[in-house]
Design a protein around this ligand. Structure first.
Ligand code: BG6
Length: 299
């Protein structure tokens, strides 16, 4: 048995012999589909998402770099960038695939596949807006690894410039759920967070998180974050070198306001759990690299 694989001008798809699959759009190196062995989709993707490179993808796993959210006006390096930066609006290069025997908790003999993508300051695919707004020389390598029971995405940022630069990194994962009103998120108890829907005030989480309205929070926390529905675990998100986790659900009004968010009641079927390094800045000196990763494990 082998991993089946296909690539065209816009998409790369890999399927394990056991049936699990991933599809990555070269635009943004956005993972737009992750299915388990029974073809059940794990990522939410808006039915109105633009996949033609005219807009960041609404769903899947868009990659946020080098700034999270609207650029802070007092941070001159990033202040001219679009919200969430330019990685998600650039066309990445597919660097290759590698197949290996799964590690970790998987069964011996199971295969896994890793797809590598690259984007650099010299790339043709770089969003033209980035060239003027962020003039540093950089290199990004993004690896997407599919195991039978988990998906890992890992980003390495290298400073190829003579000057230091600051950056933030985040993996904007849209997890698919069946009914958001039955979802609870654990692992963040006692963590401090910034509540973006309450004047960015700083709060402390008490107990599990339930989503009962528009939710937009930046948590700083260690350890795994678990998403359960009706008390049954769906996903466990672990992080490597990413100190923050954004929990986002637009709820009714925000979803209505987003032209590419469909169906409008789709907010009931998604939850963003976004591992990142966004609380401050990673300052990379010439030649330095930063690596961060998330692993999403299925129950
Ligand atoms: C989240 C932010 O990460 O992304 C939210 O915390 C934002 O504030 C959301 O609304 C979606 O952003 P965008 O640019 O994809 O609409």
């Amino acid at each position: 048995p082998t991993v089946s694989f296909s690539k065209d001008n816009s998409l790369v798809t890999a399927t394990l012999p056991t049936g699990e699959s991933i599809t990555v759009l070269l635009y943004g190196a956005t993972v737009i589909s992750w299915k388990d062995s029974s073809s059940s989709e794990k990522l939410w993707l808006s039915s109105a998402a633009k996949l033609d490179g005219t807009k960041p993808v609404r769903g899947g796993i868009p990659l946020v770099f080098p700034v999270f959210g609207p650029p802070p006006p007092d941070h001159s390096q990033t202040s001219s960038l679009p919200q969430h930066g330019f990685a998600r609006t650039s066309r990445w290069e597919f660097l290759g695939k590698s197949t290996s025997e799964s590690s970790g908790t998987q069964q011996t003999g199971d295969l896994s596949v890793k797809l590598d993508f690259g984007l650099s300051s010299a790339a043709d695919g770089l969003d033209p807006k980035a060239k003027d707004a962020w003039g540093y020389k950089f290199n990004l390598i993004y690896s997407v690894t599919l195991n039978r029971k988990d998906l890992t995405t890992s980003l390495v940022v290298t400073n190829d410039d003579d000057r230091p630069f600051d950056c933030q990194v985040l993996m904007h994962t849209y997890l698919k759920v069946n009914d958001i009103t039955k979802v609870s998120i654990s692992g963040l108890d006692n963590s401090s967070y910034i509540d973006k829907v309450d004047s960015a005030s700083t709060k402390t989480q008490s107990g599990e998180i339930k989503i009962e309205g528009e939710t937009d929070r930046v948590y700083t926390a260690d350890g795994p974050v678990t998403v359960a529905e009706d008390g049954k675990t769906l996903y466990t998100v672990t992080r490597d070198n990413l100190s923050d986790v954004v929990v986002w659900n637009p709820w009714i009004e925000k979803a209505k306001g987003m032209g590419d968010f469909e169906p409008k009641d789709g907010y009931k079927e998604m939850l963003c759990v976004e591992p990142g390094s966004v609380g401050g800045w990673q300052t990379l000196e010439k030649g330095d690299a930063f690596e961060g990763a998330q692993t999403i494990t299925l129950a």
